[in-house]
Design a protein around this ligand. Structure first.
Ligand SMILES: *Cc1c(COP(=O)(O)O)cnc(C)c1O
Length: 349
């Protein structure tokens, strides 16, 4: 079995004639025009007009930064919308399935359930790497999407290049590499390999390294054929005007973003040194992200103790392979100091 995009698209999507909005039909060339086409209120206030449905200014900058073309990019209302569009374009309810690799990001499973798609779970190995053979063993022609979260949430590690390449070559459906944390990782993005693998989809977000979780902007990068399918089904104005404006400002502020990432990486290193001194922390897992997963003596107890002292972290103990684990996001220097001070205080409680 090898990947074939036409066979992957749902029949109703293939047959669909997309809704054409006013802003799709007439694209302004910047000259003075009178817009009486979209039933907008004509009094200018900054947001009285519908936003650009194709987010061209933002995509032009992103394309340039990522070394791809604008037609290789689809933007969404957070990665969560992008992932949902993938289900709706490629997975036939009650028929198709997806494969995800727990412990991992919870949204793959939730979106599968919402779209009535079976989510086949193949646990990561003990080293938190994909079990390539097991994944291929359960794959059949209804296996439409494989979700690889790398760096993985909540474990923090990146998947090996070797296993990702093997899956890209041998998995017959689409392979989504969720790179929400790529800006904190030592290895480079898989975007550079889009030309090598027609079934590769890379998703990124402005929610983590870019510090813009509040504006909701998710980025999907793939072949122009895959992007064209997603464009056909996306809501016309899925990325609002304020988000486009804020996102553009931020992606142009490359030095500020790079400095913040550098700072977070430095803090991550410092925090890990301090965590090694906490006696009830048994394992600190290697991380390529802006968080660190630790194994403790009693996760429920430690979680409650921190909460009482005003520090909210994530207890990941219900996830497979994650018994008694806590996930700690890297904060500012003073937040991290407070965390360490509090971890010391609760050690003997
Ligand atoms: C945080 C996170 C996202 C981001 O989702 P948005 O909807 O873009 O905020 C995506 N994937 C993973 C694995 C994450 O941890």
């Amino acid at each position: 079995m090898s990947f074939n995009l036409q066979n992957s698209i749902r029949e109703n999507v293939k047959a669909l004639k997309p809704y054409s909005s006013a802003r799709d039909e007439y694209v302004s060339d910047g000259s003075e025009m009178i817009f009486l086409d979209a039933n907008e209120n004509p009094f200018e206030n900054g947001v009285n007009r519908y936003p650009d449905p194709q987010q061209r200014s933002l995509k032009a900058v992103l394309a340039d930064q990522k070394g791809i073309h604008a037609e290789n990019i689809l933007l969404g209302n957070g990665s969560d919308e992008v992932l949902d569009l993938l289900f709706r374009a490629f997975c036939e309810p009650h028929v198709d399935k997806v494969i995800s690799l727990p412990p991992t990001y919870g949204m793959y499973k939730v979106l599968a359930a919402i779209n009535t798609i079976e989510n086949k779970e193949i646990q990561l190995t003990k080293a938190f790497q994909p079990d390539v053979q097991k994944i291929l063993d359960v794959t059949d022609d209804t296996s439409k999407i494989l979700f690889l979260c790398s760096p993985n949430n909540p474990t923090g590690n990146s998947f090996s290049e070797e296993s990702i390449v093997a899956l890209l070559k041998k998995f017959s459906g689409l392979v989504v590499i969720d790179e929400a944390y790529i800006d904190f990782a030592a290895n480079e993005s898989w975007v550079a390999r889009l030309h090598d693998f027609p079934n590769l989809i890379v998703t990124q977000t402005l929610s983590k390294a870019y510090g813009m979780a509040g504006i909701r902007l998710g980025i999907c990068m793939a072949s122009k054929e895959i992007i064209a399918v997603l464009n056909k089904i996306k809501p016309p104005y899925n990325v609002n005007g304020l988000t486009q404006l804020k996102a553009l400002e931020r992606v142009l502020a490359t030095k500020t973003v790079a400095d913040e990432v550098k700072h977070i990486l430095y803090e991550r290193e410092q925090l890990i040194i301090e965590l090694r001194q906490i006696s009830f922390i048994e394992t600190i897992y290697p991380t390529d992200a802006n968080f660190v997963l630790v194994k403790v003596d009693d996760a429920d107890k430690r979680y409650q103790q921190l909460l009482k002292k005003g520090i909210v972290i994530r207890n990941r103990s219900t996830q497979p392979l994650c018994e008694n684990t806590l996930r700690l996001t890297i904060g500012t220097a003073s937040e991290n100091e407070k965390l360490i001070k509090t971890l010391n205080e609760i050690t003997n409680e």
